[in-house]
Design a protein around this ligand. Structure first.
Ligand SMILES: Cc1cc2nc3c(=O)[nH]c(=O)nc-3n(C[C@H](O)[C@H](O)[C@H](O)COP(=O)(O)O)c2cc1C
Length: 451
């Protein structure tokens, strides 16, 4: 099971009616919204405090963590199309502490999918999720330490039979630290080359395990949620920002709305750099529309004097590049996290850049689609090979077969850009190997003839 709990629904428009002089979000012109953004920041595309926190994050959107999808291959493809910042999938604190082993069935992200993909995969936030402040703090430190490793070291670590030692070592290093915190000295690496931020997931709706809260379930237990944030913020070296992913509430009761604001305010008070708010409740999972109207209220409450003190990102029902700018203009968020709208659609990032530059966004040509489909497959083989046993050709063949299986879900999404989408989709679903993938490309995405 992944973070979506298998409840993801097809695209639906957000709830965003007109309020006072603000038109319904669907009527907002993205181009004008982008112009206003540039005017506000004297030509810059994003609030300058964002790249000040994460150097290189130079546009008001990023690729969300998407369990089961947003591995290094997807992230690199997104970045090649203009995505300035990505977040890994939610990694369970215990997965990290156990070196990636023993939690294969515990749902959520696997270590293999969350290793940084090298120089091209920066800046990258590592997302963690868990139940215990001490373990979350230790996991944050471990993530930072692992982020600085080279790929080979990751492989050794993941296939090491004593991988569980990593967890114990992290705990041992923390003995003597105040309850719920980790001694900063436990982090042996420098921040260079590692994750640009640690993102704490208080949003995932997957149900409680062994009656312990985690992810979005913390929104019903604000005291515990705040303890987790404090422990992580205190443990992570000061120069690495801590950010938070939240739902707009656990459910629609007044009590849960108050809980949301307790956690939200505490996050900023303790020095978290920003919060990304998914405008559905935890109870909603991924069903029904995202409430942009309520996201707007959250932003307005955070900025009563109209001074935009806090950096706030929004999420939910962002299906195309226009939605990014509509959400910014309608809700007042600093920027937008793009989630399902970018699966099989890296061009959304290019289109966002087009809108920012005052250009008409262009759709991907068949040649561009072919190129991305091939490159994504190749990158995915590289990632999978890292964690495939064996040597030489046998290892390569195993990695290719595994990649063919994992790429089908992307093929299905990529097919929607093709004029014969349904036929292409069926062909991708049946792919078992790189050769078969290549055959679909040759048939439906022919190379242009040279003049
Ligand atoms: C398949 C899937 C996996 C997800 N995994 C994560 C995750 O690991 N971390 C996270 O913060 N959000 C995760 N999300 C939530 C998205 O980041 C986003 O908040 C949500 O999908 C709402 O945006 P959308 O309606 O535009 O898709 C996931 C969503 C889906 C559909």
């Amino acid at each position: 099971m992944s973070c979506d709990g298998n409840n993801a629904t097809p695209p639906c428009p957000a709830i965003a009616p007109g309020v006072g002089s603000v038109p319904p979000a669907q009527e907002i012109d993205p181009q004008r919204a982008a112009e206003e953004l540039r005017a506000r920041f004297e030509g810059a595309a994003v609030d300058p405090r964002v790249p000040a926190v994460v150097p290189g994050f130079d546009a008001p959107f990023y690729q969300a963590g998407l369990a089961g999808y947003s591995d290094p291959a997807m992230r690199i493809i997104a970045r090649r199309h203009g995505c300035p910042y990505c977040v890994t999938e939610a990694l369970l604190d215990q997965t990290l502490l156990a070196g990636g082993r023993g939690f294969a069935k515990a749902d959520l992200g696997q270590l293999a999918d969350n290793i940084p993909g090298g120089a091209e995969d920066r800046p990258l936030a590592g997302q963690i999720m868990g139940s215990d402040p001490g373990e979350m703090a230790a996991a944050a430190i471990k993530m930072i330490e692992q982020g600085a490793r080279r790929a080979g070291e990751y492989r050794a670590m993941a296939s090491c039979s004593c991988a569980g030692q990593h967890g114990r070592a992290a705990h041992a290093a923390n003995a003597g630290a105040p309850a719920g915190t980790v001694a900063p000295s436990a982090c042996s690496s420098t921040s260079e080359g590692t994750f640009a931020a640690i993102d704490v997931n208080l949003a995932c709706p997957v149900k409680k395990i062994a009656r312990k809260a985690r992810g979005g379930h913390w929104l019903a237990e604000p005291t515990g949620a705040i303890r987790i944030l404090e422990a992580v913020r205190e443990a992570v070296p000061e120069q690495i920002p801590v950010t938070v992913k939240m739902r707009r509430s656990f459910d629609d009761s007044d009590e849960m709305r108050d809980n949301f604001f307790r956690i939200f305010d505490a996050a900023y008070d303790m020095g978290c750099a920003w919060v990304t708010v998914h405008a559905r409740t935890v109870q909603q999972k991924y069903l029904g529309p995202s409430r942009w109207d309520l996201l707007r209220q959250i932003v307005q409450r955070a900025h009563p004097g109209r001074v935009r003190e806090r950096l706030i990102f929004g999420s939910g029902d962002v299906w195309d590049a226009g939605d990014v700018f509509r959400m910014i203009a309608y809700t007042g968020v600093t920027g937008v996290s793009i989630a399902r709208g970018c699966i099989g659609n890296p061009w959304i990032f290019r289109q966002c850049r087009d809108i920012l530059a005052g250009r008409t966004p262009s759709r991907p040509t068949i040649a561009e689609q072919r190129d991305v489909l091939m490159r994504h497959f190749e990158l995915a083989i590289d990632v999978n090979r890292l964690f495939t046993r064996g040597r030489g050709e046998a290892r390569q063949a195993r990695a290719e077969r595994h990649t063919a299986r994992t790429m089908r879900k992307f093929g299905i999404r990529f097919a929607s850009h093709h004029p014969q989408g349904e036929a292409v989709r069926k062909r991708f679903i049946a792919c078992q190997s790189l050769d078969e993938w290549q055959a679909v490309l040759d048939e439906y995405y022919p190379l242009e003839k040279q003049p």
